[in-house]
Write a protein that binds this ligand. Structure first.
Ligand SMILES: Cc1cc2nc3c(=O)[nH]c(=O)nc-3n(C[C@H](O)[C@H](O)[C@H](O)COP(=O)(O)OP(=O)(O)OC[C@H]3O[C@@H](n4cnc5c(N)ncnc54)[C@H](O)[C@@H]3O)c2cc1C
Length: 472
């Protein structure tokens, strides 16, 4: 049903209408959860998605591009038809262009026909995600330059790879998406250069831990260019990209992938007068309700989250949060009750067989939060040293100087490094001290860890440093 007049939804007596803007992780989790709680006769659900896909895993794009996941459809968790079969009126290729908060309605444009119409809501969910940063550099829109935010982006990149003869790829940005894309292109047989403005790759780690990633990437044959600002993208006579230029050098490129981060997509919300924080994301309460608005919720990459370790708000664009936000929103919009208390900043990724993990605060975060802390780094192995396949693992741990409270952990190593950080994520959530962590009853057998797990070794060293009063 398409409403084109701003009528209120009580035209169906007793039926409320929930409108969802954005048809991916947060939006469709919210819609699905609300539908589980309320029957179609009680709650009508209308969802708008401007793209071609719904409920898909952008997280899987690097592995689809690498060929590890052969088929795009494997990344789609639920199709538009499946949502409609569950009584969610999902309108694809339809963009919401305005939110009229006092009028309780949204204006949407059908991107196929250009037709615009208003749809009224009793409850609104804003799940518009994030917008990739695309620097306004000469040549940035040339053929051969790709982002990897959506499945359409992934397909466009694969089409370029299939039709371009040259095998030189430049990845701009060395956050986790840049690093994962470098791996994908190496696996496809490209010569890969990563140009990165930070001191080391993975600025979600402290530089000393990022250096380990740097070394491993060079070991894979990737050329790493750090501390370098891209100034322009050069094009050939055919208009296609041919090189990436920095102030000092040019890097030949047959294909360029941009992975330089995202900003919350809160344009509509801002225009509607909804509260937006210092990081550009919508501000919500614990129930993911937009502050000051009883019947509007927001979640996923378009919101700011509370960092439970520093007590400050941050913008962290991760699917793991988006799905949880969606569940909480759906429960509340469906008449139930749920809360999202905040995050501790856990994230994992990998480049080939090197696993990269972090949770809590980096040194710079701790300084910014005004905390005095100890910082220790240990080297251990992922298995008992004598067990076949034992490989190096480096763990860095930060703890508050006065209280011994765990502040953050970073782990770089081979198999088992990434998910080990979950131990620290739980300890952070429970506000444990490093002394308490040393007594954690973690599983041990030689194929899985040394008798002292690397996380416990780091906790012991941090606890000793606290006792000895070493701090910065
Ligand atoms: C390459 C890549 C790898 C990633 N890997 C990981 C990972 O390993 N782990 C992890 O936790 N996260 C990862 N992420 C992040 C994760 O994909 C996002 O955090 C997650 O998709 C956010 O979900 P969302 O619903 O908030 O936003 P999105 O998934 O961006 O969905 C928002 C939707 O809203 C639609 N929309 C926006 N505005 C409008 C409008 N006005 N009208 C109609 N529709 C609109 C958009 O088209 C979009 O489909 C990765 C992301 C990328 C790009």
């Amino acid at each position: 049903m398409s409403m084109s007049d701003g009528r209120t939804s009580d035209t169906k007596r007793g039926t409320e209408r929930l409108v969802v803007i954005g048809g991916d992780a947060a939006g469709m989790s919210a819609a699905s959860q609300a539908r589980r709680l309320r029957k179609p006769g009680e709650l009508e659900i209308v969802a708008f998605e401007r793209g071609n896909f719904t409920s898909y895993s952008a997280c899987g794009i690097p592995y689809w591009v690498s060929g590890d996941v052969p088929d795009r459809d494997q990344l789609i968790a639920r199709s538009a038809e499946e949502h409609r079969a569950r009584d969610i009126d999902l309108r694809m290729r339809t963009e919401v262009t305005e939110i009229d908060v006092p009028g309780g309605r949204v204006r949407a444009r059908d991107l196929e026909t250009g037709a615009e119409s208003w749809t009224s809501y009793d409850k609104l969910v804003i799940a518009t995600g994030a917008r990739p940063i695309r620097p306004s550099l000469p040549g940035v829109d040339a053929p051969g330059v790709h982002g990897v935010q959506t499945l359409d982006d992934g397909q466009a990149l694969l089409d370029t790879l299939a039709t371009t003869e040259g095998r030189r790829a430049v990845v701009v940005g060395a956050g986790y998406i840049g690093v994962e894309m470098a791996e994908a292109l190496i696996k496809r047989g490209y010569e890969v250069t990563v140009v990165n403005r930070s001191e080391e790759p993975m600025s979600t780690l402290d530089p000393d831990m990022g250096r380990l990633v740097h070394g491993a990437m060079e070991g894979l044959g990737i050329t790493m260019v750090n501390d370098a600002e891209v100034t322009k993208l050069l094009t050939g006579d055919d208009g296609r990209v041919r090189a990436v230029a920095t102030e000092d050098a040019e890097y030949p490129a047959d294909v360029v992938v941009l992975g330089i981060g995202v900003r919350p997509e809160a344009t509509l919300a801002r225009a509607a007068g909804l509260p937006v924080g210092d990081h550009g994301g919508l501000l919500t309460d614990l129930a993911m309700r937009v502050r000051g608005h009883e019947n509007i919720w927001a979640g996923g990459d378009c919101v700011e989250v509370l960092d439970l370790v520093s007590g400050q708000h941050r913008h962290i664009a991760l699917g793991t949060h988006a799905n949880k936000h969606g569940q909480v929103i759906g429960a509340n919009a469906g008449g139930g009750y749920a809360t999202f208390p905040g995050v501790v900043g856990t994230a994992v990724s990998k480049v080939c067989d090197l696993e990269i993990a972090r949770t809590g605060l980096l040194e710079k975060d701790a300084h910014r939060a005004g905390l005095r802390f100890v910082s220790v780094t240990i080297e251990s192995t992922n298995r008992a040293g004598y067990y076949p396949g034992a490989a190096l693992m480096t763990v860095k741990m930060l703890a508050e100087q006065r209280t011994g409270r765990l502040l953050g952990v970073q782990i770089v190593g081979r198999e088992g490094a990434a998910k080990r950080v979950d131990i620290a994520a739980v300890a952070l959530t429970a506000s444990m001290t490093v002394e308490q962590m040393t007594a954690l009853d973690l599983g041990y057998a030689p194929p899985f860890s040394p008798v002292w797990d690397p996380v416990l070794v780091a906790a012991r060293k941090a606890a000793t440093a606290i006792r000895e009063g070493a701090f910065r």
